[in-house]
Design a protein around this ligand. Structure first.
Ligand SMILES: *Cc1c(COP(=O)(O)O)cnc(C)c1O
Length: 418
C-alpha cells in the first residue's frame, strides 16, 4: 500500500529513482544501499518529535521513547568503535566537522589537514566553506602520488611551523591506509588534538577490516553514517576518552550549531549500528576490500594509472586522461550511458580543471551490498575500460550496456542483510 501515490509528482519521481537504483551499477564510493529495517526506522513517526538536548536532559516533555532510541544508538556506536563518548546528533558529515572545529578552536586558530587535491575533503578547509572563513587551514600532501605515501616529514615540519590546534587525518579520495601512529606522535610533539574524519571508511573500521585510529591514540573520530557504514544519511562524532572534549562537542552540536535532533534518523542509525555488529557485516567489509583489489588488478593489467598505485580500501582513483586520453567528465558521461554511475575527480597535481579533471573515482561498497564477488568486479572493471576505449562506438556501448543491465538484474538489491 502506498499513501504517497496520491502525490503524483513525488510518487513518480520515487518510482523512477527506485528503478534507477535497481538497473544501474552504483560505483560512487560514498554511496550504498540501506536495509529495509533502516528505511523503516528512517521513515518513522520519530520525525514528529522535538527532543532538543540529550537523553535524560531534554527541554520538552514526552521523551520516553526518544531517550531509548538515542541511548541505544550511543551505546552501540561506543561499542562498535571502542570509545567512551558518542554524539549521534550531527545531521551529516559536514556539520559534524564544523561542530568539532567550533568546540575546540577560537576564530583564527589553525588546523593542519590533508590537501584537497591530494584526497582531502571540502570540509577540511576549501576556501568556499564557512570553516575556512573562520579558521586557518594549512595542508600536507602525499610524498609521491604514484605510491600514495603521505609526506610525514613534511607534515611534521608544517606542524612545527604552524602550531595547529587540530591535526586532521581523513579523506574522500585517497586509496591508501594512513599511519595513524605517526599522526599521533607529531600531534604530541606540538600539543595538537588529533581528529580522524573517517566518513568514507567508518564502516570498514567498525567491521574490523581497516585499522581503527583510536587504537593508535587518536582523540576524536568524525564520520558520516551513510557511506560504508550503511546507515541513514547522517553524521556522528566519537571521542576516545576525554570527558572534557566530549562535553565541549555536545555543547557545540546543541545549542552551538544545531537545533532539535532528527530522531527518526537517529533511530535508523541505531538499527544500522546493530547490523554492523553482526558477523555478516564483517564478511561484507572483507568482501568490499577484496572486490576493490580485483578491480585494481584489472586496471594494472590494462595499464591504467592509479593514484597511490592501487588501493588498500574500498576506492580507486584512476588517471583516465593520462592513461586512455579520456577526460574525467567524458568518462563519467560515457559510463553513465552504459549504466555505470561514478564520479569524475581531480588527481594530485592535475593539469586539468576541477570541472573536467583527469581522473575518475569509483569503489565497491554498493555493488558488494548487492552480492558482487571478485570475478564480477573484475568484469565490471574490464567493461569500464572497454567502454572508455570505444567511447564513440554506439554498437559496442549498446552491447556493454546489455551486459551491465543483466549483471544488475542478477544481483538484486537485498532488503535484509542479517
Ligand atoms: C562525505 C564526507 C564528508 C561530508 O559528509 P556529508 O554528509 O556530505 O556532509 C566529510 N568528510 C569526508 C572525508 C567525507 O568523505
Amino acid at each position: 500500500m502506498s499513501f504517497l501515490k496520491e502525490d503524483k509528482e513525488i510518487y513518480e519521481a520515487l518510482l523512477g529513482e527506485e528503478r534507477r537504483q535497481k538497473e544501474g551499477l552504483e560505483l560512487i564510493p560514498s554511496e550504498n544501499y540501506v536495509s529495509a529495517a533502516v528505511l523503516e526506522a528512517n521513515g518513522s513517526v520519530f520525525t514528529n518529535k522535538y527532543s532538543e538536548g540529550y537523553p535524560g536532559k531534554r527541554y520538552y516533555g514526552g521523551q520516553d521513547f526518544t531517550d531509548i532510541v538515542e541511548t541505544v544508538a550511543i551505546e552501540r556506536a561506543k561499542k562498535l568503535f571502542g570509545c567512551k563518548y558518542a554524539n549521534v546528533q550531527p545531521h551529516s558529515g559536514a556539520p559534524a566537522n564544523l561542530a568539532v572545529y567550533a568546540a575546540l578552536l577560537e576564530p583564527g586558530d589553525t588546523v593542519l589537514g590533508m590537501d584537497l587535491s591530494h584526497g582531502g575533503h571540502l570540509t577540511h578547509g576549501h576556501p568556499m566553506t564557512l570553516p575556512a572563513k573562520i579558521y586557518k587551514f594549512v595542508t600536507y600532501k602525499m610524498k609521491d602520488p604514484d605510491t600514495g605515501e603521505i609526506d610525514y616529514e613534511g607534515l611534521r615540519q608544517m606542524a612545527i611551523e604552524h602550531k595547529p590546534k587540530i591535526i586532521l587525518a581523513g579523506f574522500s579520495a585517497y586509496p591508501r591506509s594512513l599511519d595513524y601512529t605517526k599522526f599521533v606522535e607529531i600531534a604530541k610533539e606540538v600539543g595538537a588534538i588529533t581528529v580522524a574524519d573517517m566518513a568514507h571508511i567508518a564502516g570498514l573500521i567498525a567491521g574490523k577490516a581497516l585499522p581503527n585510529p583510536f587504537d593508535a591514540g587518536f582523540d576524536i573520530i568524525t564520520t558520516t553514517t551513510h557511506k560504508t557504514l550503511r546507515g541513514p544519511r547522517g553524521g556522528m562524532i566519537l571521542t576516545r576518552e576525554s570527558e572534557e572534549i566530549a562535553k565541549k562537542i555536545d555543547k557545540s552540536i546543541f545549542p552551538g550549531i544545531q537545533g532539535g535532533p532528527h530522531m527518526h534518523t537517529i533511530a535508523a542509525k541505531a538499527v544500522a549500528f546493530g547490523e554492523a555488529m553482526t558477523p555478516a557485516y564483517k564478511e561484507y567489509c572483507q568482501q568490499v576490500l577484496k572486490n576493490a583489489k580485483a578491480m585494481e588488478e584489472v586496471l594494472r593489467r590494462e595499464g591504467v594509472r592509479m593514484i597511490g598505485g592501487g588501493t588498500d580500501n574500498h576506492l580507486i582513483l584512476a588517471d583516465v586522461y593520462g592513461s586512455l586520453g579520456v577526460t574525467g567528465k567524458e568518462a563519467q558521461t560515457v559510463l553513465d550511458e552504459v549504466g555505470i554511475t561514478l564520479n569524475m575527480n581531480s588527481i594530485a597535481e592535475d593539469t586539468r580543471k576541477p570541472l573536467d579533471p583527469s581522473g575518475i573515482r569509483f569503489g565497491t561498497p554498493a555493488i558488494t551490498t548487492r552480492g558482487f564477488l571478485e570475478a564480477d568486479c573484475a568484469r565490471v572493471a574490464e567493461l569500464m575500460i572497454e567502454t572508455l576505449r570505444n567511447k564513440d562506438d554506439e554498437a559496442k556501448k549498446a552491447e556493454i550496456k546489455k551486459e551491465i543491465v543483466s549483471m544488475a538484474e542478477s544481483h538484486p538489491i537485498p532488503e535484509k542483510f542479517v
